[in-house]
Design a protein. Structure first.
Length: 138
């Protein structure tokens, strides 16, 4: 059972990457174009990204225990884990903050600017984790 979950990591992680980077992209577009539909799309993608990020961590931790014979990829694995941790913690924190702001009607002004910078950094960590994860696999 655990080995099956571990084998799902490459599949699950693609959803986490797509939803989180997509959420950041739509929020950045909303910041520049001030379009409510872009903001709503970014929020909905955030809702979709958070469970997949956590599931990616769960399956990734399981996959690490089954990773044998990857001595050549040890540095890439270490970087992958580091960037993935930064991405998941950063994106989860900023995502929950964003959701809280949305329901309180406070996602405006300086809070929106701070959010854009933090979510961009979190999305970059997601991307870097994906790059190093690809180096392990291929």
């Amino acid at each position: 059972m655990l080995e099956t979950l571990a084998s799902w990591h490459p599949f699950v992680v693609h959803f986490a990457v797509a939803f989180s980077i997509g959420s950041a992209a739509f929020d950045i577009l909303d910041f520049f174009f001030h379009n409510r539909k872009l903001e709503d799309t970014g929020l909905h993608l955030m809702f979709a990204a958070l469970p997949f990020l956590l599931l990616a961590v769960l399956t990734g931790n399981l996959a690490e225990t089954y990773a044998v014979g990857i001595a050549d990829a040890a540095v890439a694995l270490d970087r992958h884990i580091t960037y993935a941790n930064i991405a998941v913690w950063g994106f989860s924190a900023v995502g929950l903050w964003r959701i809280f702001q949305h329901f309180k009607g406070q996602h405006t002004g300086l809070r929106k600017v701070i959010y854009i910078f933090v979510v961009t950094a979190a999305a970059m960590s997601v991307y870097l984790a994906a790059v190093h994860g690809g180096m392990i696999r291929h």
